[in-house]
Design a protein around this ligand. Structure first.
Ligand SMILES: Nc1ncnc2c1ncn2[C@@H]1O[C@H](COP(=O)(O)OP(=O)(O)OP(=O)(O)O)[C@@H](O)[C@H]1O
Ligand SMILES: [Mg+2]
Length: 255
């Protein structure tokens, strides 16, 4: 039997009596875009937090390429090849766009400050390499012209692209994107969708929390439907969106 790329098995997570994850299990395949959908409060962000080590589930486990991620700290999980974005972006508003990307490159944290004193040329070269690498990533996401701009001056759509650039900087093979298109419409929405498809063509696997059915239909190879912290259904976008019971759960309360 082949090992799934990412396997989430039987996660349970309680917040003071509220069961945010309830025997939550699903698998995703390498190279695909899997959309994680479900009503507000379904537990989608909690799943991301559990996969990436930001919270410890009471039970269950996560395997990535056959290796357990359980008990690994978030930084070790990034090093293993999984990077996640946040619903509220978490960019450094007072840094330039380029600095937001260089700060996400591996090895940028925990660098030896003393090496700047004792090995100034080596440090300068490393900085130049980091800047070049970050500039290439910005070019790739369509922000090449904005490298020197203060991040707070970017449009919201550009900030969303910058979040993805930061994930790419980690070098991760699996990207977990928490609502990468929320708040976007028109051209800004199209840019993010086109980028996600392009990254897939380049081999990046993606798990994407997405509320917009049109986006799900356009980008997803597979859809996981979460409700009350439990996976109710998994299938193709056409199967999931055509299921009247799921539509009732999704829209029933809201509309
Ligand atoms: N740190 C926390 N402490 C207490 N309750 C939490 C915490 N994180 C999440 N919850 C609760 O767990 C449930 C699932 O939350 P989660 O953020 O995972 O939902 P979601 O599917 O991402 O929703 P949305 O679509 O609104 O982003 C919600 O009822 C939420 O209020
Ligand atoms: Mg959420």
């Amino acid at each position: 039997m082949t090992v799934p790329f990412l396997q989430v098995s039987g996660l349970n997570k309680n917040f003071g009596g509220l069961q945010a994850l309830r025997d939550c299990s699903f698998a995703i395949e390498k190279g695909r875009i899997t959309c994680l959908v479900g009503p507000n409060g379904a537990g989608k962000t909690t799943v991301f937090n559990a996969i990436t080590g930001f919270l410890r589930p009471e039970s269950g486990s996560v395997q990535f390429q056959g290796r357990s991620l359980d008990r690994l700290p978030p930084r070790a999980i990034v090093r293993s090849g999984i990077a996640r974005s946040f619903q509220n972006l978490r960019l450094y508003a007072d840094m330039t766009v380029l600095e937001n990307v260089t700060s996400a490159l591996p090895g940028q944290f925990g660098e030896q400050p003393l090496s700047a004193i004792f090995r100034p040329f080596r440090t300068a070269r490393a900085m130049r390499q980091a800047n070049e690498q970050a500039a290439g990533i910005l070019e790739h996401v369509g922000l090449g012209d904005q490298a020197r701009v203060w991040t707070r001056n970017l449009s919201y759509g550009e900030q969303k692209l910058l979040c993805i650039a930061r994930l790419l900087a980690t070098g991760a093979d699996l990207l977990l994107l928490d609502e990468p298109t929320s708040g976007l419409s028109g051209e800004a929405l199209d840019r993010v969708m086109a980028l996600l498809r392009r990254l897939q063509a380049e081999g990046k696997s993606q798990l994407v929390v997405e509320h917009n059915t049109r986006v799900v239909m356009a980008i997803a190879d597979e859809v996981v439907f979460l409700h009350g912290g439990h996976v109710l259904a998994q299938g193709s976008p056409a199967e999931i969106t055509a299921d009247p019971a799921l539509a009732e759960i999704y829209f029933g309360g809201a509309l």
